[in-house]
Ligand binder design. Structure first.
Ligand SMILES: *Cc1c(COP(=O)(O)O)cnc(C)c1O
Length: 376
């Protein structure tokens, strides 16, 4: 009786919150606590643009003042850079927060939120925290399956989260497939096109970052981030662009001062540093291709490298035998390289490796090949 009383007297966690499997961030230390080369979070190996560091530092003496809650300067800079209307932009503490705003404004209990089988792990959290049900749709060969996504729509579907290119697979859907997907969705379903890696494909004719669709469609939201090519993951800046009513609803659920003054100043400076972004893109293209070619030789041992359009490569290890993703993860860790073994995504056979500096990329390739040779 007493136990029952005690349980009844305790605050009750919302049941939908109880169901959240917490996000597992990329590690920064090896298992025995040594600092290591972090290739687990798709960060920019060049660091932040120097101008962004200066801009952030310059704001610090004013840290006693509240930030501009409307992110006026940042939205103006984004609008100018991408030819958008500032009023249709919402900023978040990382695009993670923008994804949360979207779910909070457009989904709730009894609702369904579509996502692909190997989706960004924030999506199920965003859905569950508002009591909605994540509906996970099978992919084909690690690529989003438009027909399967459309077949999964029910009267309860409120939203679709799709990262393009996708994380953790690195695969991309061409523009025609994105347009076919959008055309097949009911207009009542909010299509969230997460373009976190869009800058790595800049100029590719067959790719859309979704912005052209969001300009004209009443149900498309594009999300972007400063965490990847702009090298500001620690500053937490992301943004969304969508129809005015969608943005207005998201603004209502946004905290009044959700971005810090220094982070916004850093982002404005980063956006202006076209050279830093260009260098980062060129470096990524070169070393992603190099790493892919270097690891292609492991194909005869059954290790596949999945083609990637982003700043990382995903590997698939054989179904049986000693050559496992877990073994590779541990061997690389012992060699001082932290990669991402994708167990939290239910991908026991997969390892994701971010593209680092030249030395880091050469080093991780050598360590992986060396380990494979020791495995019989
Ligand atoms: C890294 C990433 C983001 C960005 O997250 P931030 O909160 O902006 O740091 C968003 N979506 C995907 C798919 C990502 O991989």
């Amino acid at each position: 009786m007493e136990t029952a009383t005690n349980i009844a007297a305790a605050p009750r966690v919302n049941p939908w919150v109880d169901q959240i499997a917490a996000y597992v961030p990329g590690k920064a230390l090896t298992s025995d606590g040594r600092p290591a080369i972090k290739l687990s979070a798709n960060e920019n190996p060049f660091g932040p643009p120097p101008a962004a560091i200066d801009a952030m530092a310059a704001t610090l003496p004013n840290a006693h003042r509240y930030p501009d809650g409307s992110a006026t300067a940042l939205r103006a800079a984004i609008a100018a850079r991408y030819d958008l209307e500032p009023a249709r932009i919402v900023c978040g503490a990382g695009s993670d927060e923008v994804l949360q705003f979207a779910a909070t404004a457009f989904a709730g209990p009894e609702d369904e939120v579509l996502m692909t089988q190997f989706a960004f792990s924030v999506y199920p959290i965003a859905a569950r925290r508002v009591g909605a049900t994540p509906v996970v749709v099978p992919e084909r060969e690690y690529v989003a399956d438009v027909d399967a996504l459309l077949a999964a729509v029910t009267p309860r579907t409120r939203m679709l989260f799709l990262a393009n290119p996708n994380n953790p697979t690195g695969t991309v859907l061409p523009r025609a497939e994105i347009e076919r997907l959008h055309a097949g969705l009911p207009p009542t379903v909010l299509f969230v096109h997460d373009s976190a890696y869009a800058e790595y494909l800049e100029g590719e004719a067959d790719y859309t970052d979704g912005i052209d669709l969001a300009r004209r469609a009443p149900n498309v939201l594009v999300t972007r981030t400063f965490s990847k090519i702009h090298g500001l993951g620690g500053a937490r800046v992301g943004w969304g662009y969508g129809p005015a009513p969608v943005i207005a609803a998201m603004d209502k659920v946004r905290g009044p001062f959700n971005l810090t003054t220094d982070a916004m100043a850093g982002a404005v400076a980063a956006l202006a540093d076209i050279d830093h972004a260009g260098r980062s893109r060129a470096h990524n293209l070169e070393w992603r291709a190099w790493l892919r070619a270097e690891l292609a030789g492991l194909g005869n041992r059954g290790v596949r490298v999945i083609p990637s359009a982003a700043n990382f490569l995903m590997l698939e290890f054989p179904e049986t035998g000693a050559l496992t993703a877990e073994g590779a993860f541990k061997a690389l860790m012992a060699a001082g390289y932290i990669t991402r073994w994708l167990v939290p995504q239910g991908m026991v056979r997969n390892l994701r490796i971010s593209i680092g500096t030249e030395a880091e990329t050469r080093g991780v390739a050598a360590a992986l090949r060396g380990w494979v040779e020791t495995v019989g």
